[in-house]
Design a protein around this ligand. Sequence first.
Ligand SMILES: [Mg+2]
Length: 130
Amino acid sequence: MKKILLSVDPRELWKFTLDEDGYRTEVETLESEERYLTELEENQLAIIEHYGFEHQLDKLVEECAELIQARMKAKSGSENIDRFDNVIEEIADIKNIISQMELHWPYMKEGVMAFTKYKMSREIGRINRG
Ligand SMILES: [Mg+2]
């Protein structure tokens, strides 16, 4: 099993948080995390190391377009639950590439988490305000 030191590049050993307006407020040093990769993660990392980050970013955009198409088809389909199979497949493609990118570039994982927390908090605020 391949052991990986996540947060490999010392220049990327930092993360940010967002204020209530979505602006970066602080930069923290991240602790390096050393752990064993699962077989799935090993394969995901091997794929992004083979094709490169920029290539996989373009691939992610392509997969998003495939999800749009699958959703449009599922909307006009029958009542059969199987019509969502292609939607599920495209979501898996998207999640797979995002996982590759986050393994390859831990800073992105931190950034996505910061924006996720900010946007969830903002949306809950909107819901609560009615
Ligand atoms: Mg696809």
